[in-house]
Design a protein around this ligand. Structure first.
Ligand SMILES: *[C@@H]1O[C@H](CO)[C@@H](O)[C@H](O)[C@H]1NC(C)=O
Length: 222
């Protein structure tokens, strides 16, 4: 009798804890790179980054900007960028992996980026984690004088060059990105500020952008 009660209690505890551990998990199961077919130079660059971090990446063809849809808030390059991220999120959800990292093809990993990432303590509940970001890191509460690595809650996260998502986060982002009205990073910022997406960042950035490539996504409207 007591054994049976014990068994029920154990099962109940496991049922409660399993989803918590799923979101706590910090293994990166897959890494996707969004790469324009015409940008072989960036592809070569990303092969070097694979060597640097000692992981294999999965390459996805970026959506090309050619439909020239007239829009007030967003140009066709930004729409293409948006669609590319949606395809990457869908590619991740098509697998049975629990987490993935989505990369744009001009990123540069810091030394031992994944080693440093593994040492961080993840929050209990997260949808996405910016591994590199271009806004929040300037905030005095994010910057630490001694420069120690830490994870912080995003307030106004800029740039989408490198982020980690779990399955719940990917579903949320896809729902959010379903209709195109403004650049992808602004849409995500607004969802983060509303509290719809639980986003975090790492300080200092573990992944930065190599500006020498120039951008495939001009921000001017036209
Ligand atoms: C995880 O993703 C990788 C890369 O796409 C894939 O090769 C692997 O089969 C996936 N694993 C599972 C369990 O779906």
């Amino acid at each position: 009798m007591t054994v049976r009660i014990l068994l029920v209690v154990c099962l109940a505890v496991a049922a409660v804890l399993t989803p918590l551990f799923a979101s706590y998990r910090k293994d990166i199961d897959a890494i996707f790179v969004i790469n324009l077919k015409t940008r072989q130079d960036r592809y070569q660059h990303m092969l070097e980054q694979e060597q640097k971090v000692g992981r294999q990446f999965d390459y996805l063809d970026a959506v090309e900007a050619h439909d020239h849809t007239a829009h007030d808030r967003i140009n066709d390059h930004q729409i293409a960028c948006w669609r590319s991220h949606m395809e990457a999120l869908n590619a991740f959800l098509d697998t049975r992996n629990l987490t993935s990292v989505i990369l744009e093809d001009d990123v540069v990993f810091e030394e031992d980026a994944f080693g440093k990432f593994r040492e961080m303590v993840l929050p209990w509940r997260w949808d996405m984690i910016y591994l590199g970001e271009c806004n929040d890191y300037k905030h005095p509460e994010v910057t630490r004088p001694d420069g120690t690595f830490h994870i912080y809650k995003s307030r106004y996260p800029g740039c989408t060059q490198a982020y980690m998502v779990n399955r719940q986060g990917a579903h949320k982002l896809l729902r959010l990105l379903n209709s195109v009205t403004e650049p992808i990073d602004e849409t995500i910022i607004h969802a983060v500020m509303r509290g719809d997406i639980h986003a975090y960042g790492v300080f200092p950035n573990l992944v930065n952008q190599d500006n020498s490539f120039g951008t495939d996504v001009p921000t001017t409207l036209g």
